[in-house]
Design a protein around this ligand. Structure first.
Ligand SMILES: *Cc1c(COP(=O)(O)O)cnc(C)c1O
Length: 396
């Protein structure tokens, strides 16, 4: 299989030479799968509930511009980012849709937020006043969403003090309240007790706000886990990130049949070593052959985001699962292909994703990394070129 690569936008400023896009290791994003996931989510969601796609950290590694544009075509109404730079990249690509900027801003970022027409989530009266002043001085209100802390205890106005901040907020000129949001501390585990308590606190805040004459065009609380498992918390919009890429936030949350992972990681065998019994592999000689062995080298290491494990984990080659042997180095890892004599230099391996009937999931890598799937996805470094498989043609 040959690959006509679509380089990431960040490499487009570099003169495009064939050698730059021919690294035999890459992240593949299947836009057909991503589009299908959005259609499945859109069909699963009640029609009245809007879909916001969270594209922070390059849409969890897939590329925020490509994934964001696709989401908007497939029925998402909003996007969300975490940093000004992420918002700027979407605007530079011509995306006009409403973009929320999550988290908290510092005063130095206000001008950038306004310039890019991003919608800030306001977590303090102090920042509300600053946005208010900016709106008054430019004579056009700044659209903001009010962030309420209902128990996550990271960002947001404290739910306990809603009676105090509501009137103070509502008397500010120069801002237009586009919505009110909160965030779950635990939405994807079996026990929903705390999530339900947060939902109750959020509803209490909405009630106080509305009783004081405030409007809430968009109330929103759910991330992927909440969207799947807490329909009573959908309100007007859900904020979905992880699930759109086809990865579930946990093993216990509801499944939507047909949702599949859109991101996979591939490499070609770059060298093969023939070992005698007793020979060792790699730094520290941590693996020793107990038989004549063939070892394939794949040019992906912890410098690319692969977990730094030794004698643990697998790759898929020729549709079979083969074990990693020795330690993962910065730039390469080694697998035992003794039982696959047909494998030659240039053979394609999968490090995350499907090949034949086998699959290495983000969950499997998360266990190796002693972390979560989110971390595995965003952990694939920019050093690995992103290759897009087109939705329409299936070509790469
Ligand atoms: C990241 C994030 C989300 C999306 O969470 P997923 O679990 O990936 O769906 C939603 N809301 C906020 C505030 C976030 O930071």
């Amino acid at each position: 299989m040959t690959h006509a690569r679509t380089p990431e936008s960040e490499s487009e400023s570099v003169p495009s030479t064939p050698s730059l896009s021919s690294r035999p290791a890459w992240v593949e994003v299947d836009l057909g799968i991503l589009a299908a996931n959005f259609r499945l989510i859109r069909a699963d969601l009640p029609a009245a509930v809007q879909l916001l796609y969270v594209v922070k950290d390059e849409a969890y590694g897939m590329g925020a511009v490509r994934a964001g544009q696709l989401a908007l075509r497939e029925g998402a109404s909003h996007l969300a980012v975490y940093t000004l730079e992420e918002g700027a990249a979407l605007r530079a690509a011509g995306i006009r849709a409403p973009i929320l900027i999550l988290g908290e801003r510092v005063p130095e970022e206000i001008a950038g937020v306004l310039e890019l027409e991003l919608i800030p989530c306001v977590s303090s009266l102090e920042m509300a006043r600053r946005f208010s002043e900016a709106g008054v001085s430019r004579r056009r209100p700044v659209a903001v969403h009010v962030k309420v802390n209902t128990g996550m205890n990271r960002f947001g106005l404290p739910w306990r003090e809603v009676d105090t901040w509501t009137p103070a907020f509502l008397e500010l000129g120069g801002i237009e309240i586009g919505g009110m949001l909160s965030h779950f501390a635990q939405s994807d585990e079996e026990d929903k007790t705390f999530a339900r308590l947060q939902r109750q606190r959020f509803e209490d805040c909405l009630r106080v706000w509305k009783a004081a004459g405030g409007r809430v065009p968009l109330a929103h609380l759910c991330n992927s886990g909440g969207y799947l498992d807490l329909p009573e918390a959908h309100f007007d919009l859900v904020r979905v990130g992880l699930l759109a890429g086809g990865v579930y936030p946990s093993s216990v949350c509801r499944r939507i049949p047909g949702i599949q992972p859109a991101l996979s990681v591939h490499a070609r065998v770059i060298a093969i070593q023939q070992l005698e019994p007793g020979d060792t592999v790699g730094y520290g000689m941590r693996w020793r052959a107990d038989r004549a062995s063939r070892i394939a080298v794949l040019p992906v290491g912890y410098g690319d985001g692969f977990p730094r494990v030794r004698n643990q984990g697998s790759a898929l080659i020729a549709g079979r699962r083969v074990p990693l042997v020795g330690g993962v180095a910065m730039d390469a890892l080694t697998v035992d292909i003794t039982d696959l004599p047909e494998v030659v230099v240039g053979a394609e391996a999968v490090l995350m994703g499907r090949q034949g009937d086998e699959e290495i999931t983000a969950q499997e890598l998360a266990r190796l990394k002693q972390s979560v799937t989110y971390d595995v996805l965003v952990g694939w470094r920019r050093r690995l070129p992103r290759v897009y498989r087109e939705a329409e043609t299936g070509r790469v």
